[in-house]
Write a protein that binds this ligand. Structure first.
Ligand SMILES: [Zn+2]
Length: 108
């Protein structure tokens, strides 16, 4: 019998599922924070990936689940409380503001 730790396709799949969950969570929180359509679809997709992880890697799910909850909650924000550290939309908006400030004044 192959030990799970040595089974590299298995390890790769677990890694991919975790990475996928992280990408989805980042996008879902960005969408939610900025009232973009599709946040509900993204959250359903997160739930699906979590169910896969829970079914295939129960130990991994158990180890990560509390972390996911607190990290997701920590990253929640809206346009009034921008999170340039975790949100790509906030970062893009901040850069746009800087560019506007640095733009040369138009001729009077
Ligand atoms: Zn944001």
């Amino acid at each position: 019998m192959i030990h799970p730790q040595l089974d590299s396709p298995n390890r790769l799949r677990r890694h991919q599922l975790l990475a996928h969950r992280e990408e989805l969570a980042t996008a879902a929180i960005e969408h939610l924070g900025h009232d973009l359509p599709g946040a509900d679809v993204l959250f359903r997709a997160i739930h699906l990936v979590e169910q896969l992880i829970s079914a295939e890697y129960p130990d991994t799910w158990q180890a990560h689940y509390p972390d996911w909850i607190s990290r997701d909650a920590d990253r929640l924000h809206n346009a009034d409380t921008p999170r340039t550290d975790t949100c790509r939309i906030c970062r893009t908006a901040a850069r746009a503001v800087v560019r506007t400030d640095l733009a040369p004044p138009t001729a009077a």
